[in-house]
Design a protein around this ligand. Structure first.
Ligand SMILES: *Cc1c(COP(=O)(O)O)cnc(C)c1O
Length: 238
């Protein structure tokens, strides 16, 4: 992909997001775009910054760390913001909290404990999203609502002063069945509604859902952040 192609793709996705907002009677600008730059080089991120795309998502900490420490040193890169969106091993938390503003893939108590520990050392406050398992084919995330509820309760009790629980994240199943995809997004939205009712003091507002193939459905179902990789940067070479 050339820089021009990346910039043009970002603008296309923005237009589609705006159309989807309108069609589903959502407020203009209520859906943020997270550009998923995994497997793509530093240059692809720099090109995006030129289109005023500042929010990025990466799923592997090692790769994200080397890329985003380099990007932070450039003039354009000062405004870049990174979300970690992939399942996170406990021993990678230290680096993850150093480079990101939000960890979207929290899926267990042990991870919250470690994020709190590392953020305390850095004197940093970080946002987290809880990842819910809503589709049969995705293995990541809390499998049952009760275990999610338990961890959110720990946040509400004040166990994690350096963590701001800001939202929920999910990946829809990889399928052609649009109704199955929709069901997964509805489930996430209903989880947020239940958590908001039970923990009104917590700022759980964001719904990170929707990827290149399904973000329009996600927007119809209330997504506030779509995570788009392929539609911006092209097919990944694994
Ligand atoms: C790779 C990835 C995306 C982006 O997927 P595309 O289909 O390329 O848009 C979104 N979310 C997560 C968690 C990912 O790992």
């Amino acid at each position: 992909m050339t820089d021009e192609e990346i910039i043009s793709n970002i603008n296309k996705v923005r237009t589609q997001i705006a159309e989807a907002e309108k069609k589903s009677n959502r407020k203009e600008g209520s859906v943020k775009l997270c550009a998923v730059s995994k497997f793509h080089p530093v240059e692809a991120v720099i090109a995006s910054l030129k289109a005023n795309q500042f929010l990025f998502g990466e799923n592997r900490v090692q790769e994200a760390y080397s890329k985003f420490t380099e990007i932070a040193k450039t003039d354009e890169g000062k405004n870049a913001e990174l979300h970690i969106i992939g399942s996170l091993q406990t021993n990678k938390v230290k680096k993850a909290v150093e480079i990101s503003s939000c960890i979207e893939s929290v899926d267990r108590t042990e991870l919250l404990d470690e994020i709190e520990k590392q953020c305390t050392k850095l004197n940093k406050t970080i946002e987290v999203f809880f990842e819910m398992h809503t589709g049969e084919e995705s293995k990541a995330g809390y499998v049952d609502f009760a275990s999610l509820q338990k961890d959110v309760a720990l946040c509400a009790e004040g166990k994690y002063p350096h963590i701001v629980p800001k939202g929920l994240m999910t990946m829809a199943p990889f399928t052609e069945d649009r109704e199955l995809i929709r069901k997964s997004f509805v489930t996430l939205r209903e989880c947020r509604e239940k958590l908001n009712a039970e923990f009104p003091s917590l700022p759980i507002t964001e719904l990170s859902m929707g990827m290149s193939n399904d973000y329009e459905i996600a927007i119809q179902e209330g997504s506030t952040i779509v995570r788009v990789g392929t539609a911006i940067f092209g097919v990944r070479q694994y």
